[in-house]
Design a protein around this ligand. Structure first.
Ligand SMILES: Nc1ncnc2c1ncn2[C@@H]1O[C@H](COP(=O)(O)OP(=O)(O)O)[C@@H](O)[C@H]1O
Ligand SMILES: [Mg+2]
Length: 279
């Protein structure tokens, strides 16, 4: 069956009814967003809302514009057509960047070549945005809290170059958390990490979501680990995005359609934890 995102039942209705409210419950909203790099759009008339405390896993094939979508969500790219709102404000007027934490795709690969300690990398989270600098004591405390939240206090004095991929991802997560954001945007954080560390990482995200109330949007190819923990699934394909509010409606067949290939090891996730009510 050919994948048509417009087949997703509520898509057109949602587009029409899409709110532009100042609702504080909304973390990010895109309304009629079209974006392309060289004239050809890679995202076409996208409408979506991320609400406070959502945990959304975004999936889609390579080149589907998942990273582009996330950069539009965090204000790194501006829409040619349509509107992006962050916490109710147009992205062009938004100034409260500390409310958002973002870890780019390949962050780990490009940042580990210098002899910095874990603490130093986490503290550098204060400098990467547009937020005010904290006083030294406050900053040190915030670094400690971010290390605690991600369970890597014991690594604080280690050099980042000595860490495993799974440990490094936690360091970059801690860096994104240091300004106490309300929402985290992570672009393929577990690519290249072993399965056990990946599972642990998504469990940590789930804890941050449930315990701290942090909104999580994560692009992932790690379907099994993410599906066990996310509350909603966003599909990106053919320039369109559709968010399934109810993860139960996302079948293994649907995932295969979106990605363009089937993931055999998914059967276990779908037959047990994901759809307990249906079995
Ligand atoms: N800076 C750029 N300049 C030109 N084209 C780009 C740029 N970044 C991404 N693209 C193109 O846009 C499309 C979507 O890319 P991307 O958002 O990175 O997809 P994904 O993250 O889903 O793999 C691809 O065709 C890619 O080649
Ligand atoms: Mg990408």
């Amino acid at each position: 069956m050919k994948f048509e995102i417009s087949n997703c039942a509520a898509e057109s209705a949602e587009g029409e009814m899409h709110k532009k409210s100042q609702d504080t419950d909304e973390v990010v909203s895109l309304t009629g967003v079209t974006f392309g790099y060289n004239g050809t759009p890679v995202l076409k008339d996208v409408n979506l809302t991320v609400k406070a405390k959502d945990f959304i896993a975004l999936i889609g094939p390579n080149g589907a514009a998942k990273s582009t979508l996330m950069k539009l969500m965090v204000g790194l790219l501006l829409p040619r057509t349509g509107e992006v709102r962050l916490f109710g404000s147009d992205v062009r007027r938004f100034g409260q960047w500390h409310r958002i934490g973002y870890v780019s795709q390949n962050a780990v690969r490009v940042n580990t070549g210098f002899p910095a300690t874990v603490e130093e990398v986490v503290a550098s989270g204060f400098y990467s945005g547009f937020g005010k600098l904290f006083d030294t004591a406050g900053r040190r405390k915030a670094v400690q809290q971010a290390l605690e939240m991600t369970g890597i206090q014991n690594l604080s004095r280690r050099l980042v170059g000595e860490l495993s991929g799974g440990q490094l991802q936690k360091v970059f997560l801690a860096k994104a958390l240091v300004k106490k954001p309300e929402a985290l945007f992570l672009d393929e954080p577990t690519t290249g990490i072993d399965a056990a560390s990946s599972k642990e990482f998504y469990t940590l995200l789930k804890e941050l979501n449930m315990r701290e109330g942090i909104t999580v949007v994560v692009i992932t190819h790690d379907i099994g680990a993410a599906f066990d923990r996310a509350a909603k699934i966003g599909c990106v394909r053919n320039g369109k995005v559709y968010i399934h509010d109810n993860i139960d409606e996302v079948t293994q067949e649907h995932v295969a359609e979106v990605l363009g290939y089937r993931i055999p090891e998914l059967s276990a996730a779908f037959s047990t934890s994901q759809n307990p009510k249906k079995s």
